[in-house]
Design a protein around this ligand. Structure first.
Ligand SMILES: Nc1nc(-c2ccc(Cl)c(S(N)(=O)=O)c2)cs1
Ligand SMILES: [Zn+2]
Length: 264
């Protein structure tokens, strides 16, 4: 029997075991420092080391490759942008950004803040810059990956996202790629920089298999705004496979356990 691939709950068909839903994900997915989690803001602890981030190359306008990989829409960021500070132990290089979403506008984020969920959640995935020496490549450190997570809420139209929204119809089918016509910079996709001083920090995992517990998470308090049509464009143009719309590509909340969530 062909190896069943992982999928989200709404893709699991009782008829035949087409794919493995979140309860059946393997690798590290059943361990106890997993993501996403609900962030109970009153229980977070201030950490004065959580200084503002310094963004380098985030202002560079790029024409990015965008792909539908069967689980999300992923923008390949070409190793040109890095982050440092922000309480991180090293500089991290931006590799890709992708999103999670729903057609239900208060259901589409992976993390929740005091139980509130948002229309979407955008993840910018970075890898730790290691020194040139080989032994610095500790692949299994708890902070090998740094993800910057931004909530997206329905509100004003966001012209900066339109170049991405416009190409979604070109990559409706899984395993298709396209290039964004207009070039935009990462910085233009984010809330204004002065709003990025307030964020939450905890150690967790990838929210997709193998769920490696190697992610230092940053969840920003300030949401990005897109208008309803822009948000719904993701569910209406993208497909998991031949006949199922890509929507609700969100992992269920995981137990926080004894982990402390810090705030800047
Ligand atoms: N093939 C795919 N990979 C991902 C992915 C990869 C790395 C990371 Cl870090 C993440 S997440 N959601 O934890 O930010 C998702 C999604 S779909
Ligand atoms: Zn993600």
């Amino acid at each position: 029997r062909a190896e069943s691939h992982w999928c989200y709950q709404n893709q699991v068909k009782p008829s035949n075991c087409t794919c493995l839903g979140p309860d059946l994900w393997g690798d590290s997915c059943q361990m106890d420092h997993q993501s996403p989690i609900n962030i109970a803001t009153a229980k977070t602890e201030v950490d004065l080391n959580l200084r503002p981030f310094s963004f380098s190359g985030y202002d560079k306008k790029q024409k990015w490759t965008v792909q539908n990989n069967g689980h999300t829409v992923m923008v390949l960021l070409g190793d040109e942008a890095t982050i440092a500070e922000g309480g991180l132990a090293a500089r991290y290089r931006a590799k890709q950004l992708h999103l999670h979403w729903s057609e239900v506008l208060d259901w589409g984020s992976e993390h929740s803040l005091d139980g509130d969920r948002f229309a979407m959640e955008m993840h910018i995935v970075h890898e730790k810059e290691t020194g040139t020496s080989r032994n610095a490549k500790a692949q299994d450190s708890k902070d090998e990956i740094a993800v910057l997570a931004f909530m997206v809420e329905a509100g004003a139209r966001n012209e900066n996202f339109q170049p991405l929204v416009d190409v979604l119809s070109n990559i409706s089918r899984p395993n298709t790629n396209t290039t964004m016509r207009n070039s935009i910079s990462l910085l233009e996709l984010l809330p204004k920089q002065e709003k990025l001083r307030r964020y939450f920090r905890y150690l967790g995992s990838l929210t997709t298999p193998g769920c490696d517990e190697t992610v230092v998470w940053t969840v920003f308090q300030e949401p990005i705004q897109l208008d309803k049509d822009q948000i719904l464009a993701f569910s209406n143009n993208l497909y998991y496979d031949d006949n199922q719309k890509m929507t609700d590509n969100i992992r269920p909340l995981q137990p926080r356990g004894q982990r402390v969530v810090y705030r800047s």
